[in-house]
Write a protein that binds this ligand. Structure first.
Ligand SMILES: Cc1ncc(COP(=O)(O)O)c(C=O)c1O
Length: 442
């Protein structure tokens, strides 16, 4: 826009979230990568594209259609209507999602407690919209926090209070302290949002004993937990995965947020929420929280595209409803990349003569993300210089904190690159870090 262009609406008259860093973050990062298309991107948390297969999408659709007719007994015209007409607000693949959760996670859930959503992003929005009843409500969230959650909270005017993450994934003493601090200030903490498995952006996971302690504390404090789990199926090591909070939840304390973006296709835009908490409606009838969320959904997206749901449903059916089984290739690619990145960092940033390292990084047990700590603040201007002068993109960790304090760290993602691109990206990152240290020293 030019300086002389006529302005018809003042942003100050629009919702205050517009212009908030939480909402502009994703666009800013996309813009940088569009401006420097030749740069190697260690920024995007997108899944690996080499496995995308258009023919498989057609097959999944057919598989789900056959399931409707052969397994569920729909007449052909009924099945066609189910796929092509407006449909059930809570979705049409809920029974397959329930089966998937039983097969892969040991979670027993009634399909009626599930709402199929337009990505996990809509699920987060619906839950936050429902929980924010008034101006004294606040949301707790483990920091650093996924910016999509912070942005959704802004849209429903729900303040987000950070809870320290730390090496255990959530500092329970801090969680208890924040709950008490909020209540002492006359506020109502409605829930705590967290990612127990390979969190975005920290990469940290919570061990089973700590998960149990968290559930116990949530019970004592009468706090809901919002468990977001897009990366849990990508551990580096074989062997049993820790149970999800939802699998351990015997008191309906956990609202479980799911995404098929990383395990099937992001382009389908399908996610879901398991909300089995009992709610008494205005007529006194008791039903699942999922029904309240569906009421909101009916006024936001009406229903999730049944065609997109069918693609997800077909993929599930073709693998016995196991996304672990469906993702063996993907998991080994991410594991290979994560190991390659960590080894590459160790080669490029050896400890100094005193044994201390100026550059440090996390070694996650799975997922997509590694956090690199450097001896200078990392901001958007540095990212721009990195893209322009060195041809490498990453994400400033400052984007995941809800304040303006300087952050000396950046997030690298291994999901959308090859080992060769990781090598090039790390060489370029090393050159940037050398330059930046020299610039600051001189
Ligand atoms: C932690 C987390 N939650 C939710 C999402 C959004 O998922 P979806 O694409 O299903 O909306 C993402 C996407 O990157 C994510 O990293």
């Amino acid at each position: 826009m030019t300086a002389t262009e006529r302005v018809d609406l003042a942003v100050a008259d629009l919702h205050p979230a517009l212009g908030d860093p939480a909402l502009t973050s994703m666009n800013f990062l996309n813009e940088v990568s569009e401006r420097y298309p030749a740069a190697v991107s260690l920024a995007a948390g997108r899944p690996y594209e080499e496995f995308f297969d258009l023919a498989a999408v057609h097959r999944h659709l057919d598989t789900f259609h056959r399931h409707l007719v052969d397994d569920l007994g729909h007449r052909p015209e009924q099945a066609r209507r189910l796929l092509l007409q407006y449909g059930r607000t809570k979705g049409i693949v809920h029974h397959l999602i329930a089966r998937n959760l039983a097969v892969d996670e040991g979670i027993t859930v009634d399909g009626e407690d599930i709402v199929v959503t337009v990505g996990c992003q809509e699920a987060m929005f619906l839950v936050l919209r429902a929980l924010r009843a008034g101006p004294t409500d606040v949301l707790l969230a483990v920091a650093p926090t996924y910016v999509g959650l912070t942005g959704a909270a802004r849209l429903v005017d729900l303040p987000v209070w950070p809870v320290a993450g730390g090496p255990s994934g959530i500092d329970l003493a801090d969680l208890a302290a924040q709950v008490r601090r909020a209540r002492a200030a006359g506020l109502r903490p409605r829930a705590c949002y967290l990612m127990p498995d390979f969190a975005n952006p920290s990469g940290v996971s919570i061990d089973t004993a700590h998960r149990r302690r968290l559930l116990e504390l949530a019970g004592q404090e009468e706090l809901l937990l919002l468990e977001d789990n897009p990366y849990g199926l990508f551990p580096v090591d074989d062997g049993p995965r820790p149970p999800t909070l939802k699998a351990l939840d015997t008191a309906r304390r956990v609202v479980y947020l799911g995404s098929f973006a990383k395990t099937v296709l992001p382009g389908a835009r399908v996610g879901y929420v398991v909300a089995d908490q009992r709610v008494a409606g205005p007529d006194g009838r008791v039903g699942p929280f999922a029904d309240q969320l569906a009421m909101i959904k009916s006024m936001v997206t009406v229903n999730t595209s049944p065609i997109a749901q069918a693609v997800i449903g077909g993929r599930l059916l073709e693998h016995g409803c196991s996304l672990v089984a469906a993702n063996t290739r993907e998991r080994s690619a991410y594991t290979r990349n994560l190991r390659h990145l960590v080894a590459g960092l160790a080669r490029r940033f050896p400890p100094g003569a005193d044994g201390a390292a100026a550059v440090r990084w996390t070694v996650p047990a799975g997922g997509f993300f590694v956090v690199v700590t450097v001896p200078f603040p990392v901001d958007d201007a540095l990212l721009d210089r990195s893209a322009r002068d060195h041809g490498v993109l990453w994400t400033p960790m400052a984007h995941f904190y809800d304040d303006t304090a300087p952050v000396h760290a950046l997030r690298l993602s291994v999901s959308a690159v090859t080992p060769e691109q990781i090598d090039v990206g790390l060489d370029r990152l090393a050159a940037l870090i050398t330059d930046e240290r020299a610039r600051r020293a001189g």
